[in-house]
Design a protein around this ligand. Structure first.
Ligand code: NAD
Length: 474
């Protein structure tokens, strides 16, 4: 029985590394029915803003997995990231990036490193909600939801259990972003209780990243919000040996996409020099995912054996360690010769018959008494506060009064400091004061009307709530 998969050869070095990868898959006995998908630079230039003809969704949807080579995003504006579009449209919420050292065959300062980064893939700053609010101010929304956190954290623990890993670490910056990253951390602590067999810990992302770069061997599985995961998974892959050696899986409940973590390296294209290992390791993850673990095991062990034999592409070739510098296709041929063999020094892989972890999502919706208690009004004004404060300080709707005016989060009124640097965006907070009395939607709309009345330029407003009496705003 052949498994249908979608395959995109991509741009730059993509077609070469895909050819080598499919060649080895075929030789290793993969049972695949391949459906080609054309994506990337050509499609962008044809006018498809996401780099893909929308008709291709059906091909991807009707296959079990999508093996994708890197693509080139053309220079200039108006192009959307194809990766982000595929991940969010198909709900591929978990990005799994194993970062493993192959010492002494590939140089690294971290011979013991074996870390899996599990990156949340759909939310955070990657929701792509951005605004230019005034000529000189732009804003991106960091969106974190409880269901989003629950899905990724549960995936990380299930992955750890399934792969017999001992610890899951969470990285956030919840000392600063108490609501968004605070929610991620809170959900992590809750779900960790369901996995008493697996150790859990939390690190603030800055010191956690420093520790990861210095002593990666103390980490096992690390789960984190999207942006930190994007950056730190590249750092982790690079310190393990090379970004050229890392593959990644994008896992959803109804689909999955597998790719190398590097880009299309256009300068290396067409020269048969690129290292196909990242895409090969992604393809190996795919074979496990689609239920052909025996093929994955044969391919992976032959790849490890080839590395051990010192048959290396230019990017990892090192005099004295490497034996033979080869091109993309020769590297593939060398792996095929090693099919059936196991590495002698590196640990051989074993992929059990059980395939990918089966995730049963459970959403624990929050219940709380929620009350509207005020609003923040954002103004565009490129002069000092003294120009407009007298226009708005009298605004008085129901219990709502102006409590404070801020610039970039710093309070300027009442009692600001003259040294504070101000930009053209001002935030005016209206509440009923310390007692946080409930107000109506009409009250907050009347405040906005009052701003209009005094001809102030409002660019945005944010309603303020309490949950169970506690202020839910910073
Ligand atoms: P890149 O990863 O393509 O290349 C950076 C450098 O790394 C290359 O010059 C090359 O020296 C080296 N390199 C990368 N992969 C290699 C490999 N397999 N073998 C040997 N050397 C390798 O990053 P970039 O130059 O910033 O981006 C080039 C293009 O790729 C851009 O258009 C970018 O948008 C795109 N990109 C695509 C993806 C994707 O499709 N998933 C990811 C990242 C970047």
């Amino acid at each position: 029985m052949k498994t249908p998969i979608a395959v995109a050869a991509g741009d730059g070095i993509g077609p070469e590394i895909m050819r080598a990868t499919l060649h080895v898959l075929n030789a290793a006995g993969a049972q695949l029915e391949i459906h080609d998908v054309e994506i990337g630079e050509k499609m962008y230039l044809k006018g498809f803003a996401t780099g893909m003809d929308p008709k291709m969704w059906d091909t991807i949807r009707n296959t079990k997995a999508f093996l994708k080579a890197p693509i080139t995003t053309p220079q200039g504006g108006g192009f959307k990231s194809l990766n982000v579009t595929v991940r969010t449209t198909l709900g591929l919420y978990a990005n799994v990036r194993p970062c493993v050292s192959y010492f002494p065959f590939v140089e690294t300062k971290h011979p013991e490193m074996d870390v899996v980064i599990v990156r949340e893939n759909e939310e955070d700053l990657y929701a792509g909600i951005e605004y230019r609010q005034s000529p000189d101010v732009c804003c991106s929304l960091k969106l974190i939801s409880r269901p989003g956190c629950e899905k990724i954290v549960r995936y990380a623990f299930e992955y750890a259990r399934h792969h017999k890993r001992k610890k899951v670490t969470c990285f956030t910056k919840d000392n600063i972003m108490k609501f968004s990253d605070g929610l991620f951390h809170k959900v992590f602590d809750e779900i960790a209780q369901e996995y008493p067999d697996i150790l859990n810990e939390h690190w603030i992302v800055d010191i956690g990243a420093a520790k990861l770069a210095d002593t990666p061997e103390v980490f096992d599985v690390v789960v984190m919000p999207n942006l930190y995961g994007d950056i730190l998974s590249d750092v982790a892959a690079q310190i393990a040996g090379s970004v050229g050696l890392a593959g990644s899986a994008n896992i959803g409940d109804r689909g999955a996409m597998f790719e190398a973590i590097h880009g299309s390296a256009p300068r290396r294209a067409g020269q048969n020099v690129a290292n196909p290992s990242g895409l090969m390791l992604a393809a190996i993850q795919m074979m496990v995912h689609i239920g052909q673990p025996d093929v994955a095991e044969r391919f992976h062990n032959a790849w490890l054996r080839t590395l051990e034999e010192g048959i290396h592409t230019y990017d990892i070739f090192k005099e004295g360690v490497s034996k033979k510098k080869v091109g993309t296709s020769e590297f593939g041929e060398a792996i095929i010769k090693n099919l059936g063999k196991k590495p002698e020094q590196l640990n051989p892989v074993v992929y059990e018959k059980a395939t990918a972890p089966k995730i049963v999502h459970r959403h624990a919706p929050s219940s709380a008494n929620r009350h509207l208690v005020g609003l923040d009004v954002y103004l565009y004004h490129s002069g000092p506060l003294s120009d407009f404060i007298s226009n708005i300080s009298h605004i008085n709707v129901g219990p709502l009064r102006l409590q404070a005016v801020y610039n970039r989060g710093v309070k300027l009124w009442p009692q600001g400091q003259p040294e504070t640097f101000c930009i053209e965006q001002w935030r005016c907070r209206f509440t009923s004061g310390d007692n946080m009395a409930q107000v109506s939607q009409n009250d907050v709309i009347q405040v906005l009307h009052a701003f209009d009345h005094v001809k102030m330029d409002v660019t945005k407003s944010e309603f303020l709530y309490t949950f169970d009496g506690k202020p839910a705003f910073s």
